[in-house]
Write a protein that binds this ligand. Structure first.
Ligand SMILES: Nc1ncnc2c1ncn2[C@@H]1O[C@H](COP(=O)(O)OP(=O)(O)OP(=O)(O)O)[C@@H](O)[C@H]1O
Length: 620
């Protein structure tokens, strides 16, 4: 009785060890929807299609391998029966030559197979990754805002790789295994059909155990892929906010968070390893059982004279060769499941359609004059319950400046995003030169707009590359001219490598004001008729602000400018000022009109003016 209890306890512990940790829902990264293997092939085979002839060559080479193996083993039978047993040298040299020839041929086949298959696999990865990356860029800002960048990176690297494992490498391996099984089984039957039938008894046991393990491995693999996305997301979020983390002394808290996510991955990995590790000895056991059975029966057959010694040895040789592809098939099912976990995450991304789409027959929008009209525009962000902008109307013409002012969260930046067609309005229309933006191509709209944003977007490249980003075909003279007008030339030439100086990730090696002036130089060079300035001086001190404002004013000449700002003093010259409040226009007019009205704008302005004239306290 006690023994039984012990056995049950042991089995329960074993089961617990092999149980896959269930992912908590609502985690940092959600599990992707389940997708079948057939669907995975249907979706990803087109990426392999351009290389199908090379792939066919690999398949051919892979099939040659087992043929050479079969011949080599058969030669051994001849060696034993015709040379060793009768001690006859006659065939020795011919056999030696054949062995050498086969080895050289195997080498050539092996080299070509490895080289070509890696080439096809890498091309496949290259195309799929590039396509996925392009697809992500084609999605709307709304989708990208909602997703974790680190998780996307993990999908672009690890998951894409897993798909290649299935669609190309996996298929080639499966074909090779299948061919080996057919060849070796055929050889076994030729040698002794009775022994062959007995040796195949172990095959169903192989399959049953492979099935048992593969189901669990699938669950562990899905959890591993999800965790890999989570780890990426935490690392990206944490490292990109390094200053904030340091300033608030959150280093160890962040490290703990990272550790926790890694622990989840560790647990999933360990379950998968336990399953793999248990699978291998189990198969070994089945295999050795099969071999022992055959040795017993074979000795009996040998004693009856129905098989030669060479025949029996070669039979065992083929048998051991046969078990390896059967075992390989078992392993392959695990690869398939691991790969499908990755494929699910890629398909989830590929299935996303952009919320903002180009019309089928877009209206032409060349270089516009710059008449921007917002006509009764309302817009609400997905999954929020009130409008970010509500029934906004205004129009602004070339050479004019409109300022959007108001408290934080009042809808200023959203208005800019609607102009850039990052989102489409829920009602009303945004038009440029009378063309509704929904009727034009997104690229055509954005080509006409230069942006200088709150946190100047700078890429980790040289200063030069950052300026020509807006117009890659600009000449050297134009770049220098833009930098001079942006009041940036002087500080750039003082940098260690001048225009060739790298600016670091997010331009961290530059000051805020310098980043902003580079952004202005970029906008100057782009020379678009419409200019969108979103808080271009925020975070800068008075002196830096003044240095940025002068070139900005030069940039605004003869363009339609839309300026988003908290700082009312910087926008008082605008042709029209809109004071936004909870997404609605609370007041509108010129500075003089609004001051005369003595409403919200006037009191805000006086407050800011008073603050700016207060004597600055000297630091102690
Ligand atoms: N991507 C988003 N998803 C959901 N809601 C958003 C998103 N971006 C902004 N909002 C919400 O829309 C409203 C308007 O935001 P918006 O960024 O336009 O304000 P803002 O006036 O530019 O603020 P600030 O001066 O602080 O930049 C806010 O309530 C904000 O919470």
């Amino acid at each position: 009785m006690r023994a039984m209890t012990r056995i049950f306890a042991f089995l329960a512990r074993l089961r617990a060890l092999l149980a896959v940790p269930t992912p908590e829902s609502g985690g940092l990264v959600e599990q992707a929807p389940v997708v079948g293997v057939r669907e995975i092939f249907r979706r990803f085979w087109p990426y392999a299609r351009p290389y199908r002839w090379w792939w066919a060559l690999v398949v051919l080479l892979v099939l040659v391998g087992p043929v050479l193996d079969t011949v080599t083993i058969w030669l051994f039978k001849i060696l034993v029966d015709e040379v060793l047993v009768p001690r006859d040298f006659e065939l020795f040299f011919a056999l030696g030559g054949a062995y050498l020839g086969i080895t050289v041929l195997s080498g050539i086949v092996g080299f070509t197979d490895e080289y070509v298959s890696t080439w096809v696999a890498e091309r496949f990865l290259l195309d799929l990754r590039t396509d996925l990356f392009g697809h992500l860029h084609g999605l709307s800002i709304g989708f990208l805002d909602r997703r974790k960048i680190g998780d996307m990176l993990s999908r672009l690297t690890g998951d894409v790789y897993a798909i290649e494992n299935l669609v190309l490498s996996g298929t080639i391996q499966a074909l090779s295994y299948l061919f080996k099984i057919v060849l070796f089984t055929g050889a076994l039957f030729v040698l002794s059909w009775r022994l062959a039938v007995v040796s195949l008894i172990a095959v169903p046991a192989f399959w049953a155990s492979a099935r048992y393990f593969s189901r669990r491995i699938k669950a562990a693999s899905r959890e591993k892929r999800r965790r890999s996305g989570t780890i990426g997301a935490v690392a990206e979020e944490s490292l990109s906010n390094a200053s904030l983390v340091k300033a608030y002394g959150r280093e160890s808290a962040e490290t703990d968070r990272f550790h926790r996510e890694n622990l989840g991955s560790f647990a999933a990995e360990m379950v998968a390893t336990r399953l793999h590790a248990l699978f291998t000895p189990l198969i070994d056991l089945l295999e050795i059982g099969g071999v022992l059975l055959i040795v017993g029966l074979g000795t009996w057959e040998l004693s009856r004279g129905s098989i030669s010694l060479g025949g029996l040895l070669v039979f065992l040789g083929y048998l051991s060769q046969l078990y390896s592809p059967v075992r390989g098939f078992g392993r392959l099912t695990n690869t398939v499941y691991a790969a499908s976990a990755g494929a699910e995450r890629i398909i989830e991304l590929l299935d996303q359609v952009p919320e903002v789409r180009d019309p089928v027959r877009p209206r032409g929008l060349g270089r516009v004059h710059g008449d921007v009209v917002f006509d009764d525009v309302s817009f609400r962000y997905p999954s929020t319950d009130c409008d970010a902008v509500h029934r906004i109307s205004f129009d602004v013409h070339s050479g004019q400046t409109i300022a959007l002012v108001g408290a934080s969260g009042s809808g200023k930046s959203t208005t800019g995003k609607l102009l850039l067609r990052f989102y489409d309005p829920d009602s009303g229309a945004v038009t440029i030169d009378g063309v509704d933006l929904r009727e034009a191509e997104q690229q055509a709209v954005r080509r006409n707009i230069s942006v200088v944003l709150q946190d100047a977007l700078v890429v980790d490249d040289s200063v030069w590359e950052n300026i020509v980003w807006g117009r890659p075909d600009a000449t050297e003279r134009e770049v220098l001219e833009a930098a001079r007008s942006a009041d940036a030339h002087e500080f750039i030439t003082a940098l260690p490598d001048g225009y060739r100086t790298r600016v670091g990730a997010h331009g961290r090696l530059l000051s805020g004001g310098q980043r902003q002036r580079i952004a202005i130089a970029r906008a100057m060079l782009r020379d678009a008729p419409i200019l969108l300035l979103d808080e271009p001086t925020v975070g800068l001190d008075a002196a830096s602000s003044a240095r940025v404002l002068a070139p900005l004013r030069r940039l605004m000449v003869d363009r339609t400018s839309i300026v988003v700002s908290h700082n009312l003093i910087t926008v008082r010259d605008a042709n029209l000022i809109l004071l936004l409040d909870h997404g609605r226009i609370a007041e509108s007019g010129t500075h003089a009109e609004l001051m005369h009205r003595d409403g919200g704008y006037a009191s805000l302005y006086r407050l800011q003016q008073r603050d700016s004239t207060l004597p600055q306290r000297e630091p102690a």
